[in-house]
Design a protein around this ligand. Structure first.
Ligand SMILES: *Cc1c(COP(=O)(O)O)cnc(C)c1O
Length: 403
């Protein structure tokens, strides 16, 4: 069976609305946002959807994280606490702003950082905490926000995978000082590439705007380039698609929650699986359906079951990312690039063990990656697709079940 894929039309909610607004942009002849109207409209409408004062659009989710980090005006060697299980686009911006990424372990069942794992990494140099709501599951925000407030450290929510997820009835992306979203092809809504940064702080919003615009003071009496920054603008073409996508977002999230609930029901009796669900104080928005396989019950664990699923045409990713981010090649030799080496030279960790992070320090992340299977679902899954996927998982688990 061919399953709907977010890589093409089958698994995306794109249609005449996007085509109509795109045509308007092309007929207008204004394809960039400095003179156009669609990006500005998209920012305003997204701010209203999210419930935040300011939203700035930018070229990608990586750019959105970069903008959020840059807005905090860090000093060389300052530390930003983040997660080892995330998109690399959420990590390299820390380095490009002269700061050192410090990895907090994740909870092996939520795949998210917790107040305890963050606390273990706090130092006198900590200047920001990035909280990633992985796969659309809200992190345990109460304790994290309390800890951050006690220490006076700003939180950046990485909500790239968590559009429409809620915590205590409020959307994630409204809790941190700043929040970043991605509009890349595979996210809840898409403009092909693109990103959004949100804040309620006027001063930070101004810095975000400048960072997207080479820090050129548009509209100022004596504009200048105030600090180093890039051209991270979203185009009007993307802005038009965003304006058309946004009214569909609540429906997309609702559909994904239905698909996940149906999958959960269909898999409830399969032994050896731990299925995702809503946390006690929030709602999951299911960017992916990440479930865990108990290797004590299922022979060969996630790797063996994932292989069987792939053999039956169910695309999935045992392990999600193959290894914790700090084991990626760019972190193996911090001296190899000035981007990694310069921040470290302004930090005491330069005199410590090299590389600074090893898997023995991250039991939660190691266990999570060993046991997880990331199943791509989307809003276009019909009951027949769900039945097929659940069947394949159930049969695979049955064959591998320890006697
Ligand atoms: C996708 C993603 C990013 C990066 O977004 P891009 O648009 O691909 O640059 C950052 N953080 C997380 C958690 C993501 O899933």
């Amino acid at each position: 069976m061919r399953l709907p894929s977010d890589g093409d039309h089958s698994g995306r909610t794109l249609g005449d609305e996007e085509i109509e607004l795109l045509s308007q942009v092309i007929r207008s002849g204004t394809l960039n946002s400095t003179r156009g109207t669609f990006v500005a409209k998209f920012e305003k409408q997204f701010a209203s959807w999210l419930g935040r004062k300011h939203v700035i659009a930018c070229a990608s989710g990586s750019a959105a994280v970069h903008c959020a980090i840059a807005a905090l005006s860090l000093q060389a060697g300052d530390e930003v606490i983040t997660t080892p299980i995330t998109d690399m686009g959420a990590l390299t911006p820390i380095l490009y702003e002269g700061a050192v990424p410090v990895f907090a372990d994740v909870d092996a069942r939520s795949l998210n950082v917790t107040a305890e794992t963050i606390r273990a990494q706090l130092t006198a140099r900590t200047r920001a905490i990035v909280v990633t709501h992985l796969f659309g599951l809200p992190a345990e925000l109460d304790a994290i926000l309390q800890l951050a407030a006690e220490r006076g450290i700003p939180v950046i929510e990485d909500a790239a995978q968590a559009f429409g997820a809620t915590w205590r009835g409020r959307k994630v992306g409204t809790f941190g000082t700043l929040a970043a979203f991605s509009l890349q092809q595979g996210k809840h809504i898409t403009t092909g590439e693109g990103g959004l940064v949100a804040t309620d702080d006027d001063h930070l919003a101004r810095k975000l705007f400048l960072f997207v615009n080479k820090a050129w003071g548009y509209g100022d009496p004596k504009p200048d380039h105030y600090f180093p920054a890039l051209n991270y603008r979203l185009t009007e073409l993307q802005g038009a698609v965003g304006v058309a996508q946004l009214p569909k977002l609540d429906g997309v999230v609702a559909r994904r929650r239905e698909v996940a609930a149906a999958l959960r029901a269909a898999l409830a009796e399969v032994p050896g699986l731990h299925l995702p669900g809503d946390p006690a104080h929030g709602t999951h928005s299911y960017w992916k359906f990440a479930f865990f396989v108990d290797p004590q019950r299922i022979a060969g664990g996630a790797a063996a079951l994932g292989k069987r699923m792939q053999g039956e045409g169910v695309a999935c990713a045992p392990r999600y990312i193959q290894k914790p981010a700090f084991e990626c090649e760019l972190f193996r030799d911090w001296r190899a690039s000035p981007v990694t080496w310069l921040p470290l030279q302004h930090n005491a960790r330069a005199h410590g063990p090299m590389p600074p992070y090893t898997r023995a320090q991250y039991p939660g992340a190691v266990q999570a990656l060993d046991e997880v299977i990331v199943l791509p679902i989307n809003e276009r899954y019909e009951p027949a697709h769900i039945r097929y996927v659940a069947d394949v998982i159930q049969k695979g688990a049955q064959v591998l079940l320890h006697a």
